[in-house]
Design a protein around this ligand. Structure first.
Ligand code: HEC
Ligand SMILES: [Cu+2]
Length: 473
């Protein structure tokens, strides 16, 4: 009897209880927050400052993509991204905001992705709630409890690889009342790329796990590629203006010694937090960390952003430019005041030491070895590692009838380049092979290597043969 009563009661009240549960918001007092869509910007752009004096519910929606893009001139890479760019979009919220985050993984992705925002207080920074398979979408919410500039990144296994391929960006949580006003704000994010081959080696370059483990990148860049902040992409400001850089470091491995050549940071929000320092030359930006730097522009000209671990700047890409317009103040900076010849006592002339010549092969074995090196640096990007070429683009050198029918002609191909229609093993190619700038020795070495690799039995080319062709032209 008792049991029956409970059953009836349940039957009657359960739907009512369920309806009440569904209608009750998960976070009790966020119910009446005003709702807004986040303004997202791509680097170097920063969303406008927040002028609210109260929290809001901010909706952020970001797609994850896997796409080929430019890493440097002539160099391409398969980037994994937030929002289709590296770094991902800049997100700007206010302390106390409830952020409703939607992660959408494009249907043409091959990998699942998720997001760990360092601004989140909770397991995985959101990663445990945002694992998203290709063609799926997920949602979670968090309250931005702490103000500061925070990195976000993908944290799907293998985590290092998702970050190395470009999955990071910045989220700014403004303190109540915001940061002091400045004239211009920019979004700068440093990161490294690990590729098969060396810096500048052309073609589509795959990720190199061994280099990543050794923390020895070929590229260290600002905003996702070499030159993303140079030339036409330089950022601009005027003398008299105040500039704020929101600087992040996606890593995955290196710590940045962030510096602007020709400026002093008037103010640094150390590590993107609330500690304020003044009059700073270089500030450390940890992997997975940030800094906010402010400075006033007193002199016109080009300022160069660098990682002051300086080989990264001049040899691996970590260079950017702020071109500053306006009138010069000769007291702030005079420009050059004198230039002349300086001869220390007893020295009549200045000597420049000679550049060492490329090594000279003394045996067939060495010719093959040196030739292989020339091939890997100068030919492999197009003709591929086994000389197999790339269908529709680059003809094969392995068992190429065009090559083996007339090995002498190959010397001219290297010296002069080749354009126009040719037929290799019955397939027509109509591309352009640029003339190489190799020495006689190098041409002989690389051709000898090509003629005796991958099933080719094509004999030997001597430097004298190359010299003969050069003279005949
Ligand atoms: C930027 C890409 C590129 C690079 C780098 C390059 N080649 Fe080529 N190569 C081509 C293209 C494209 C053709 C076909 C040109 C045409 O269609 O007329 C070609 C044609 C050739 C041919 C004749 C066709 C054949 O398959 O036998 C030879 C031989 C050759 N290249 C050798 C080399 C060697 C050796 C190097 C390195 C020193 C080199 N190439 C570097 C793009 C390249
Ligand atoms: Cu990912």
């Amino acid at each position: 009897m008792m049991e029956l009563k409970i059953k009836i009661a349940l039957k009657f009240f359960l739907p009512v209880i369920l309806i009440i549960l569904v209608l009750t918001p998960a976070v009790a007092d966020t119910d009446d927050l005003p709702v807004e869509q986040a303004v997202l910007t791509m680097a170097p752009q920063v969303p406008p400052p927040i002028d609210r004096d109260h929290p809001a519910k901010v909706i952020v929606s970001v797609d994850t993509t896997e796409q080929i893009g430019r890493l440097a001139d002539g160099v391409e890479y398969v980037f994994w991204t937030f929002g289709g760019s590296v770094p991902g979009p800049f997100i700007r919220v206010r302390k106390g905001d409830l952020v409703e985050f939607h992660l959408n993984n494009r249907p043409d992705s091959k990998m699942p992705h998720n997001i760990d925002l360092h601004a989140v207080t909770g397991p995985g920074g959101g990663a445990t709630s945002s694992f998203t398979a290709p063609g799926h979408t997920t949602q979670f919410s968090f309250t931005a409890l702490n103000p500061g500039l925070y990195v976000y990144h993908c944290a799907t296994a293998p985590v290092g690889m998702h970050i190395a391929n470009g999955m990071y960006g910045l989220i700014l949580v403004e303190p109540e009342g915001g940061y002091p006003e400045v004239d211009r704000e920019f979004y700068i994010m440093q990161s490294e790329f690990y590729t098969k081959g060396d810096f500048g080696d052309e073609g589509l370059r795959p990720f190199d796990m061994e280099e990543a483990l050794a923390e020895n990148p070929d590229y260290v860049v600002f905003n996702g590629s070499v030159g993303a902040l140079q030339g036409d992409n330089s950022i601009h400001a005027e003398v008299g203006e105040t500039v704020r850089l929101y600087v992040g470091n996606g890593g995955p491995n290196l710590v940045s010694s962030f510096h602007v050549i020709g400026e002093i940071f008037d103010t640094v929000y150390v590590e993107g937090g609330s500690l304020v320092n003044h009059n700073v030359q270089s500030t450390l930006v940890p992997a997975g960390g940030s800094a906010i730097v402010d400075f006033k522009l007193e002199a016109p000209g080009d300022l160069h952003l660098v990682d002051h671990s300086i080989f990264r700047a001049f040899n691996k890409g970590a260079l950017g430019t702020i071109s500053v317009g306006g009138a010069a103040d000769k007291v702030v900076y005079s420009g050059q005041q004198y230039e002349g010849i300086y001869l220390p006592e007893g020295q009549a002339e200045q000597v420049v030491s000679n550049v060492p010549a490329s090594p000279v092969a003394t045996s067939q074995e060495e010719r093959m070895l040196f030739g292989q090196r020339v091939y890997e640096r100068n030919c492999m990007a197009c003709h591929q590692s086994q000389g197999q070429g790339l269908p529709g683009a680059f003809p094969p050198l392995a068992e190429s009838d065009y090559l083996l029918d007339d090995t002498d002609r190959a010397i001219d191909v290297l010296l002069d380049g080749l354009a126009g229609e040719i037929t290799v093993n019955g397939v027509t190619y109509n591309g352009v092979m640029p003339a190489t700038r190799l020495t006689d020795e190098e041409v002989a070495n690389v051709l000898t290597y090509v003629l005796n690799s991958w099933g080719n039995e094509g004999g030997v080319i001597e430097p004298a043969d190359v010299a003969g062709h050069r003279a005949a032209n």
